[in-house]
Design a protein around this ligand. Structure first.
Ligand code: FAD
Length: 397
């Protein structure tokens, strides 16, 4: 027998589960389908940072700040321990050139309302022990925070289920049927679900789902590799990045062409410490398709870079490593909202290295768009329609 659903959400990562929760809160009957398990994709193979300082000043930062506000009370709201901690965070600066770039970045972020300051080396050292003496300083924001992304997925999914959502794990979407330009049903390996509304929250697999309705989107996997240390007493103050991380994130062209492995692999420091005491040492940014292996070259380059900036890490044992895929888009912004030509097909994917930070606000925006047809902010720059020409060009080539 065919199932029916008011709304089908595809994907059980931080984005799909958040959307399922916010829609359920508004009284919508949601079925979430996940081909494997909750957090089995990028949301289970990433860092833990809700870092605002890394966001481009503009809509990106504005949404991250709104999202951070929701996070503050999310543990209570979901009645689930998501390991939220308002730690603060820093971006380490190595030389005068980086200082110039970060000074401009901070000025623009402050104009949007972020509490962020430039610190000299002495001030930075008071916040983070064990820094290399060659550093010239850091930016610091007290607004950065941490969560456990896997717990965020569980918390959202369980709260959605309590509100009536159906969470279908081990259920892969294999087709989407449309008629007269509108969604009619979602076909899974376990049967068909009749629905007029489907939300594509499949992360790096969003292009596969788009292809089912004849659409093409420029989301592609960007691998990141992370080293996990043994648990140690509190050493890392919060989210600690370096200015090179910002360059690697927003300039894929520069990093791919370089002969220097650190630059070519898009290595930039990202340090955080879990509640258990394990330090996560990252990271890199590589376009290698859907390959989720770790590589000796990247891991050693990441460690060399990290210990150069924070020599205190040399004393700590690494115990394992993993890799995850960021859903990259050419302009660094996610695709949120309806698409041209297919009524009832909504995009919510392409959050690159910001999906954890942007998860709550994405759930709110998509639920607002579906229930009210509008949301609190002008999100036209996030519309999937901005890539319509890209799609046509691609089909033509
Ligand atoms: C190394 C690394 C570090 C990161 N660090 C941070 C960080 O500190 N802070 C931050 O904000 N972000 C970070 N990110 C980014 C963040 O992890 C992602 O933006 C986020 O997890 C994307 O969530 P998602 O729900 O869109 O995708 P996913 O978590 O990948 O969820 C998509 C789900 O869709 C499912 N799916 C796919 N196809 C189908 C199908 N056909 N049928 C049914 N289900 C399907 C998949 O199984 C998957 O579970 C990091 C990413 C990486 C790789």
């Amino acid at each position: 027998m065919k199932k029916t659903a008011e709304i089908v959400v595809i994907g059980g990562g931080v984005i799909g589960t958040s959307i399922a929760y916010f829609l359920s809160k508004k009284g919508k009957k949601v079925v979430l389908v996940e081909k494997d398990d909750l957090a089995s994709g990028s949301s289970g193979a990433c860092d833990i940072d809700i870092i605002l300082q890394s966001k481009n000043p503009g809509i990106h930062l504005k949404l991250a700040m709104e999202s951070a506000e929701i996070y503050k009370n999310l543990t209570e709201e979901l009645d689930f321990d998501i390991e939220y901690e308002n730690t603060g965070g820093m971006i380490l600066i190595e030389d005068e050139d980086q200082l110039q770039v970060m000074r401009e970045f901070v000025k623009k972020q402050k104009a949007i309302g972020l509490q962020v300051d430039l610190l000299d080396f002495k001030e930075a050292s008071k916040l983070q022990k064990g820094l290399a003496p060659h550093l010239v300083g850091a930016t610091y924001s007290p607004q950065d925070a941490h969560v456990n992304p896997m717990s965020v997925c569980m918390g959202f999914a369980m709260a959605a289920a309590k509100l009536g959502a159906e969470i279908c794990l081990d259920t892969a979407v294999v087709d989407i049927k449309t008629s007269k330009g509108a969604v009619k049903s979602v076909v899974t390996n376990r049967g068909e679900i009749e629905t007029a509304t489907v939300i594509n929250a499949a992360g790096v697999y969003a292009p596969e789902i788009c292809a089912m309705v004849g659409m093409s989107v420029p989301i592609k996997p960007r691998r990141g590799q992370i080293i996990v240390t043994e648990p140690v007493p509190k050493l890392i103050m919060g989210d600690v990045l370096c200015a090179k991380y910002i360059v690697a994130k927003y300039n894929p062209g520069i990093v791919e062409c370089s002969d220097d492995p650190e630059t070519r692999l898009g290595v930039g420091l990202s340090l955080s410490q879990t509640r258990n005491g394990n330090i996560l040492i990252g990271g890199c940014r590589e376009f290698v398709g859907y390959n989720r292996s770790t590589t000796h070259e990247a891991l050693t380059t990441i460690l060399k870079h990290a210990t150069r900036l924070v020599p205190a890490l040399k004393e700590i044992h690494a115990i394992r490593s993993f890799a995850g895929l960021r859903p990259y888009t050419p302009d660094g912004l996610p695709l949120l909202g309806p698409v041209n030509g297919i009524e009832g097909f909504i995009m919510a994917a392409g959050h690159e290295g910001d999906g954890i930070a942007l998860s709550p606000i994405t759930g709110r925006i998509i639920s607002d768009l579906i229930t009210d047809g509008k949301t609190f902010a002008d999100i036209s720059s996030l519309s999937p329609k901005r890539f319509d020409a890209w799609g046509e060009n691609r089909f033509a080539s």
